[in-house]
Design a protein around this ligand. Sequence first.
Ligand SMILES: [Mg+2]
Length: 293
Amino acid sequence: MKIAVDFDGTCVDHRYPEVGPDAPHVVNTLLKLLEAGHTLTLYTMRSAGPLQDAIDWFKNRGIHLTGIQFDPTQGSWSASNKCYAEKYVDDAAFGAPLIKPEGFEQECIDWLRVREDLLGRSETSEVVQKSLPGKGRKAEKKIVIPKSETADTRTCDFKNVDKETLLSSSEQHIRDIAQGMGFFCDMLIQASMRHDHDKITGINQFHEDFVTGFKQTKWWDNHRKVNRHHIEKGDGVPDDVNLIDVIEHIVDCVMAGMARSGSVREVTADPKILSRAFKNTVDLLMQNVEVKR
Ligand SMILES: [Mg+2]
């Protein structure tokens, strides 16, 4: 398939005429599309030097472009100035899937969604899974906090800490907490964006199970594995289950119950799983914090 790809806001954060940082998963996705036999044409408002910067971006990442601004074969059958493609990936396109990664100035294309749509659900589920909160999730940038001898006021050497230092370290602690809480807010947003995504991308398989009253469970059996929130089912519990998964499970049960009947069946979770989730959440935050002296 011929795919036309925009540049600013699509492959990179929109910082025209500068070249912004790469959109998450863009490089792997474009390489996978090429591997799968698709071709890519760069279709951008960039021209002259800024266009060359964009062309170099692809070149430096080993991503082959079949065309620049035009499909090379379109002149043989049309005099139109529009670039011919069977699919267009462009952040300005109506309905384009967008995300706002941490540190980005503007929204950019959600390449996981593009990948899922163009390469299929099974190929993508592994990538999606890795992007979910948990073991595979590493913040692109760690939370950096300054070292503070008085961060824990109960254990610090109180005899040698004056009020001014105490005030300053308290202010610092509150800023650190905001970063830590922001980390989990980010994970919650990611979890909400991925929730039950396979109900949409796998609607045919979902419907096939659905019309049997779930006597057939082909889709459902996979659904528990590619999502993280079915913690009430043994094979739905990720190894690295955490409290974000627990919250997602609660929200799932409450929202579905309330929408369906205005009431909610008893929401339960195995205490052993909750305990594991608690510990994993502590570990997860620790792994994403760096202390600078
Ligand atoms: Mg754009």
